[in-house]
Write a protein of this length. Structure first.
Length: 215
């Protein structure tokens, strides 16, 4: 893995990723953001947008040895995928980032740019797409399938053989029972207990989880 990183996003999630990078002997060289915001990391400059990325890369030796990560949390999976596409086009690496205190089965497969935070668990034969986040203390049990851009918030649990489509957000402390399917762009509210399949674009809350809106 590269020892040199850049992050797109200059807020709290950038701080979390930087902690993992530093713990593994790496360093963050630069931050990028579409907004005019201060740096989330002391001493690390922030550049504005795709133009800022191009200008910064023009000053770097061996840009192909630099790794890029999307430091954008929440239900913004599609934004993370757009960021990864920019990094890929620029020739940057898109590593998987795993906190040293996380547990990831050797048989699990994690897509480019996916991130596993402290005390999270990714169990045997799980499959994660690109730009997924398994946040602090979240659990992906055996044989779960996650699409691209999915995010499990802190303490969320997917029981065995759950299937998430793309850009799904599972809120903090939510539980999805075994063998259920969650459709693309769905949102599971914090603390919800999902006992049946959730259609695409639907937000569910409560115990048992019930829909409150759909897109």
């Amino acid at each position: 893995m590269s020892e040199r990183f850049v992050l797109w996003g200059s807020a709290g999630h950038a701080k979390v990723l930087a902690d993992i990078i530093v713990a593994q002997g790496g360093r963050v060289l630069a931050l990028f953001d579409n907004r005019d915001v201060p740096s989330a990391l002391p001493g690390v400059p922030v550049y504005r947008g795709e133009a800022g990325l191009r200008l910064w890369l023009a000053t770097q030796d061996r840009p192909e040895s630099i790794a890029g990560l999307a430091a954008v949390g929440g239900g913004q999976g599609r934004d993370r995928l757009v960021i990864q596409a920019l990094f890929r086009k620029a020739g940057l690496m898109l590593p998987v980032l795993i906190h040293p205190a996380a547990v990831v089965s050797p048989s699990a497969l994690l897509g480019a740019g996916s991130q596993v935070m402290a005390l999270a668990n990714v169990a045997v034969d799980a499959r994660l797409g690109e730009a997924c986040i398994v946040n602090h203390c979240a659990s992906v049990d055996h044989e779960c399938l996650l699409g691209d851009g999915d995010h499990l918030a802190p303490g969320a649990t997917l029981c065995g053989c759950v299937h998430l489509a793309d850009n799904v957000f599972i809120g903090a402390g939510a539980v999805v029972l075994p063998r259920l399917r969650i459709g693309a762009d769905a949102v599971v509210g914090a603390g919800a207990v999902v006992t049946r399949d959730v259609p695409a674009g639907t937000t569910v809350v409560g115990n048992p989880a019930r829909p409150i809106s759909s897109r």
